[in-house]
Design a protein around this ligand. Structure first.
Ligand code: COA
Ligand code: AMP
Length: 636
């Protein structure tokens, strides 16, 4: 392990970090005491089948029991578990631990009555309503495996996930509410079932008012509320620590999403550890994660983390701006006495753009707020400084991925107030044996950029594999650097050992904190009859971090105006991937720059478009193509 000075220090963080790697067994078995086990684990790590690892062999537990019932049993049934605040419908509701436990037990009964058992998958396609949280926890209660799909994905993406997960049923709602429109889910689900060739799959629908499509129009589909009313509560089913809790699909470099599989035991232990030590949140304290249950951040810190800790979680249905204004976040903090707020940098930039001096703060008492956490993309130094100045609280960047489920790097405020540095997500969290390697797998010097890798085994709570696809897990993550998990991010460590994450080394881009595959967008563009070939790259965007732009070469003889083609391509991406891709620009070019072996020089294109210094590889097929492209790229 290469160590920087911060991990070699004498403070509480350094001591904990070193112990987590030097005495893994003792460290994680100690952390496992935060969980109520049915059967105690006999060890922390099962490393009998490297490179696949399992945590807490012999242990059995139920995650929903740990998130709910045990707090009721411990006398905290009347404490607030979930606060629902919907800026788009004007609804507010608080569910206590006792109430949420009851709802989850009954909805688990409804699922069981429809044949859902341990290990069965349930796809959840829901907006930010409490029923989504109830459905997730009800699956956990039965030992069933949920797979939540973000509402901004189009039917084809939903179908790809349904096809891979093979659920026993789908839980959905009439739709979601965006500031400018209502998103109708029912036709989307019907279309997805058609594409997946599973038209008979049972569907439970949470009916919401104000949507054009009615449940009655879909024969056989059932009403969520009616199913809940008639259900008998189901008991918690103990499962092995290694039993899957959920599968969450995320963009890979190809068009086929990867089903990140999370276990029950490692997940519960790791999240409980982070609530106390990374976020400093305990029972009765309020954590608000302004994300969506469709993303990993929502899984870990809207749903499971705060509830495992006995804290109060806020479920916010709305946007940082426009519902109704850029003071929305401050209102929610004030109304619910939020201690810790977690959001994406893009949301802060959106607020800053609308209210540069944060004048709307004046209307709210945000004295409860102690810390602001950011993740999803790099927290740029300007936004970091702005938020710190305006909110007068520490602003903590932390870096993680759908795959890891919790922060790889962060500033563990429950352990120690380490100094923060603009542009850095601070230091590795316990259990993450981080290194930075060059292309040949050799560690780079401090200050030098390279591939950020994590030496195996990964800590508890990280992915155990990809859903029914160990091979893809190994080839995607564990093959490039033997003995290591390749994060796909590049970065460097400074002389103090602080990590700086600079960007992806693959074709994944990050638009408004949403992870997208340029390959998937290219596949859609290539499907247009007039397109011969194309390249999609992520260009810098001052609000959303990056935006996807497509460059297409027309087929010989294609008769279509550039304008008409661009709007057809934009519509195609929206209908096939979803509004979330936020794909707004396609440009026709006469050729794409390629190497002699046919590889499109996407990185060079991006550097030119972003106005960075660029190098043209000596293997380029035709250097003139680049010269002709420069004005087009610089004009995008
Ligand atoms: N269901 C359906 N459509 C959705 C959606 C959802 N859940 N979420 C977003 N969309 C749509 C939007 O309506 C928009 O559609 P449009 O093209 O018709 O306007 C499109 O997807 C792009 O949305 P987005 O990228 O979110 O842009 P925006 O301009 O609507 O909002 C921000 C900009 C910055 C306010 C917003 O992106 C934001 O809040 N980001 C934070 C993201 C976040 O929390 N990520 C979690 C990772 S930690
Ligand atoms: P996702 O799986 O959607 O959470 O996206 C993970 C990717 O987002 C990472 O691999 C990074 O590229 C990027 N990312 C997330 N958080 C940060 C951060 N704090 N700093 C830099 N990049 C980040």
């Amino acid at each position: 392990m290469t160590q920087g000075t911060v991990t070699q220090g004498t403070g509480p963080y350094a001591e904990v970090y070193r112990r987590s790697l030097a005495d893994r067994e003792a460290f994680w078995l100690d952390a496992a005491k935060a969980v109520d086990w049915v059967e105690e684990p006999t060890a922390a790590l099962d490393g009998s089948e490297p490179p696949l690892y399992r945590w807490f062999p012999g242990g059995t537990l139920n995650t929903a029991y740990n998130a709910l019932d045990r707090h009721v049993a411990g006398g905290r049934g009347d404490a607030a578990a979930l606060v629902y605040d919907s800026a788009v419908t004007g609804t507010r509701a608080t569910l206590t631990y006792a109430q949420l436990t009851d709802l989850v037990a009954r909805f688990a009964g409804a699922l069981a009555a429809r044949g859902v058992g341990t290990g069965d998958r349930v796809v959840i396609y829901m907006p930010m309503v409490p029923e989504a949280v109830v459905a997730m926890l009800a699956c956990a209660r039965l030992g069933a495996v949920h797979s939540v799909v973000f509402g901004g994905f189009a039917p084809r993406e939903l179908a790809a996930r349904i096809r891979d997960a093979r659920p026993r049923l789908i839980v959905t709602a009439s739709g979601g509410i965006e500031p400018n429109r209502r998103v109708e889910y029912l036709p989307a689900v019907a279309e997805a079932l058609g594409i997946a060739e599973l038209p008979e799959l049972p569907v439970l629908v949470k009916v919401r008012p104000g949507f054009a499509h009615q449940l009655e129009d879909y024969p056989g589909w059932e009403d969520y509320d009616a199913a809940l009313r008639s259900a008998a509560p189901a008991a918690c089913v103990p499962v092995a620590a290694s039993h899957p809790l959920y599968v969450l699909y995320t963009s890979g470099t190809t068009g086929t999403p990867k089903g990140v599989q999370r276990d029950n035991g490692g997940h519960a232990v790791a999240l409980a550890w982070t609530l106390k030590n990374l976020y400093g949140v305990g029972p009765g304290e309020v954590m608000w994660t302004a994300s969506d249950v469709g993303w990993v951040v929502g899984h870990s810190y809207i749903v499971y983390g705060p509830l495992l800790a006995g804290a109060t979680t806020v479920l916010y249905e709305g946007k940082p701006v426009g519902t109704p204004d850029a003071g929305a976040f401050w209102r929610v903090v004030a109304d619910h006495r939020v201690k810790v707020l977690f959001t994406a940098p893009t949301a802060l930039r959106a607020i800053r753009r609308a209210d540069p001096e944060a004048e709307l703060l004046a209307g709210y008492d945000i004295s409860s707020l102690e810390r602001l956490y950011a993740a999803g993309e790099r927290l740029d130094p300007e936004t970091y400084r702005w938020a710190g100045e305006k909110l007068e609280v520490p602003v903590i960047d932390h870096w993680w991925q759908t795959e890891t489920g919790w922060a790889i790097c962060g500033s563990p405020r429950g352990l120690e107030d380490l100094p923060l540095k603009a542009g850095s997500p601070s230091v590795p969290m316990p259990g993450y044996d981080l290194d930075i390697l060059d292309g040949a797998g050799e560690p780079v010097a401090s200050g030098e950029e390279g591939n950020i890798v994590l030496r195996l085994p990964l800590p508890p709570g990280t992915l155990t594999t990809l859903w029914h696809n160990d091979e893809r897990y190994i080839s995607s993550y564990l093959s490039a650097f033997p003995g290591c998990y390749a994060t796909g991010d590049s970065g460097y460590r400074d002389a103090d050992g602080y990590v700086f994450v600079m960007g992806r080394t693959d074709d994944i881009i990050n638009v408004a904190g949403h992870r997208l595959s340029t390959g998937a967008i290219e596949a859609v563009l290539a499907g247009h009859p007039a397109v011969a070939e194309c390249a999609v790259i992520g260009l810098k965007d001052t609000l959303k971090g990056q935006r996807a732009v497509g460059y297409v070469v027309l087929k010989a003889g294609a008769e279509v105006s550039e304008e008409a083609l661009a709007s057809e391509l934009v519509a195609l991406v929206r209908s096939q991937i979803g509004a979330v891709a936020d794909f707004k620009q396609a440009l026709v070019v006469d050729a794409l720059p390629k190497t002699r072996s046919g590889k499109i020089l996407r990185k060079t294109m991006r550097q030119i478009a972003d106005g960075e210094a660029y190098t043209v590889p000596s293997t380029i097929e035709d250097p003139e193509v680049i010269e002709r492209l420069v004005p087009v790229l610089r004009g995008a």
